[in-house]
Write a protein that binds this ligand. Structure first.
Ligand code: ATP
Ligand code: MG
Length: 435
C-alpha cells in the first residue's frame, strides 16, 4: 500500500469507523458554508467526503477551502460514520498534505454538467481521463484484453511480439507510413501479417499478438484510427477457414462475457449488455449482395462493402435476429494477396460484423509458394519486396489461417460508443499527433 494512503474511498468499511485512516487523491469539489466545509476527494475507486469544522482547526480549514479544484492532497483523519455522507462515512482531518496544486482555470471540467466537444476533451485527455465514465471504458478494455489472454492460453496459443519497423508493406496497400532507417527506407507495420505467417513454418503453430496497426489512411471517419490495436492471430494445420472462425467467435464470446461482468463500469456508462449466442450466423458474400440489392442498394459483385452498405446490411441482419454475423466466401479480388482462393473467383476470406460494422477480417491463407507468388503479382505487387517472407514458404509450410480483430472497433460496438477515438487513450487520426 502507498505510504500516503492507507485506504481507497470505497474500500473503507465499518471496521474503520472511529479509527484514523489516510486517503489521497484529487480535490473534486469544495463546499464552504462558513462554519463548516466539505471537500469531495476523488481517487481511482470513487469519491469520499472530508468534513472540516472551522472552529475545530482554523488552519486546516483555511488551507482546504482555499485549495484549487483538482489539486492533489493526502489527508489523515478520523473515519467517522455518517449517514448523510456518500459511502456512509466522512473523514475529519487532522493532517493535510498538499502534494500538487492545480492551476486555474482548469482547461476542462471533470464533473461539470455541460458536455465538452470531443476535440477539447482529447486536447486535454489527461483531465478527460479523470472522469469516471471515461475511466470505465479503459477498465473494461483492460478486462476484455485479460479475457483474450485467458481464452487463447486455454486454446494453446502463445503470445508473440513481431517487428513494427519493417521493410515491405504488410497488407500490400499504399497506406503505409514511411520512415528513414539509417541509409534504408522502412515502413511502420500495418499489421503483423507477414511475421505471424512466417511463424507458422516454425512449429509454433498457434500464435497471437496484441498488435499495433499503423495505417496511413487519409480518411477521417468515426471508425478509423491511424494507429490502432488488434488481436492478431494465426494458427496452422487447419482444415479450412471454418476452424479459424470458430476460434474467433469463441474469443468474441469470451470477451463479451467478461465485459458483462464489469457491473460497476457498465452502471457508470449506463449500459446494459447481454452475451451473444453462438454460433454466429454465416452469410455468403453472394447472399449479402442479394440482400443489399433487394433493399435498393446497388453493390457490384466483387466490390468490398463500404460503410453505408455495411450499415444497411446490419439493419437487415438485425431484423433477422443477428447482431453478429460472418460474411464468408468473399470474391478473391476484394481480399489481400495472402488469402486462399476458392473456385477461381472466390476466396476463403471472411469478415466478422457486429451491428453493421466490420470488427475482424480473416481467412485461410495460401501456403503454396508458387500460388502465393502469383497472387502477389496479380495484386500488382513485386515478389522481390517479399523475398524473406516467401522464403519461409519454401522449406515446409503447413496449411494455416488467422485473423486481425480491432480492439477499438470491438469496444465501440460493445459499449455503443459513437466515435472510435473514445476507445484508445491517445488517438492518432488524420490531424491529431498530440497529446
Ligand atoms: P475497414 O474496411 O473497416 O477499413 P480493413 O478491412 O481495412 O478495415 P483489416 O486490414 O481487415 O481492416 O484489419 C482487421 C481489423 O482491424 C478490422 O476489421 C478492424 O477491426 C481493425 N482495423 C483495421 N484498420 C483499422 C483502422 N484504421 N482503425 C481502427 N481499426 C482498424
Ligand atoms: Mg477487413
Amino acid at each position: 500500500m502507498e505510504s500516503l494512503r492507507t485506504h481507497y474511498s470505497i474500500d473503507v468499511t465499518s471496521k474503520e469507523y472511529g479509527k484514523t485512516i489516510s486517503v489521497a487523491g484529487w480535490v473534486e469539489d469544495i463546499r464552504n458554508i462558513g462554519s463548516i466545509a466539505f471537500i469531495i476527494l476523488r481517487d481511482r475507486k470513487g469519491t469520499l467526503q472530508i468534513t472540516i469544522l472551522k472552529k475545530e482547526d482554523i488552519k486546516i480549514f483555511e488551507e482546504l477551502v482555499n485549495i484549487s479544484r483538482e489539486s492533489v492532497i493526502s489527508v489523515e483523519g478520523l473515519c467517522k460514520k455518517s449517514d448523510k455522507a456518500r459511502n456512509g462515512y466522512e473523514v475529519i482531518p487532522h493532517k493535510v498534505n498538499i502534494l500538487s496544486t492545480a492551476e486555474t482555470p482548469l482547461p476542462l471540467g471533470v464533473v461539470d454538467k455541460i458536455e465538452s466537444e470531443l476535440e477539447t476533451r482529447l486536447d486535454n485527455r489527461f483531465i478527460d481521463l479523470r472522469k469516471q465514465e471515461i475511466q470505465a471504458i479503459f477498465k473494461i478494455r483492460n478486462e476484455i484484453i485479460a479475457a483474450v489472454h485467458e481464452y487463447l492460453k486455454k486454446e494453446n496459443f502463445i503470445e508473440v511480439h513481431t517487428p513494427n519497423i519493417i521493410a515491405s508493406s504488410s497488407e500490400g496497400g499504399t497506406d503505409v507510413f514511411k520512415l528513414k532507417y539509417f541509409e534504408k527506407e522502412a515502413f511502420l507495420a500495418q499489421s503483423p501479417q507477414l511475421y505471424k505467417q512466417m511463424l507458422m513454418s516454425t512449429g509454433l503453430d498457434r500464435v497471437y499478438e496484441i498488435a499495433w496497426y499503423f495505417r496511413a489512411e487519409e480518411h477521417n471517419t468515426r471508425r478509423h484510427l491511424n494507429e490502432s490495436t488488434a488481436v492478431d492471430l494465426e494458427m496452422a494445420f487447419i482444415k479450412d477457414e471454418e476452424d479459424v472462425m470458430k476460434i474467433l467467435e469463441n474469443l468474441v464470446f469470451s470477451m463479451w462475457k467478461r465485459a458483462c461482468d464489469c457491473k460497476e463500469e457498465l452502471d457508470v456508462l449506463k449500459q446494459k449488455i447481454e452475451v451473444p449466442k453462438l454460433p454466429f450466423k454465416r452469410v455468403k458474400y453472394d447472399e449479402v449482395i442479394d440482400k443489399l440489392n433487394n433493399n435498393d442498394c446497388d453493390l457490384k459483385w466483387g466490390a468490398d462493402l463500404g460503410s453505408e452498405e455495411e450499415k444497411l446490411l446490419g439493419k437487415i441482419m438485425k431484423k433477422e435476429g443477428h447482431e453478429f454475423y460472418f460474411i464468408t466466401k468473399y470474391p478473391i479480388e476484394a481480399k489481400p494477396f495472402y488469402t486462399m482462393p476458392q473456385e477461381s473467383k472466390y476466396s476463403r476470406g471472411f469478415d466478422l460484423e457486429c451491428k453493421g460494422v466490420e470488427i475482424a477480417s480473416g481467412s485461410q491463407r495460401i501456403h503454396d509458394v508458387e500460388l502465393l507468388t502469383d497472387r502477389i503479382k496479380a495484386c500488382n505487387l513485386n515478389p522481390n519486396d517479399f523475398k524473406s517472407y516467401l522464403k519461409a514458404f519454401r522449406f515446409g509450410m503447413p496449411p494455416h489461417g488467422g485473423f486481425g480483430f480491432g480492439i477499438e472497433r470491438f469496444l465501440m460496438n460493445l459499449l455503443d460508443i459513437r466515435n472510435i477515438r473514445e476507445c484508445i487513450l491517445f488517438p492518432r487520426d488524420r490531424t491529431r499527433l498530440t497529446p
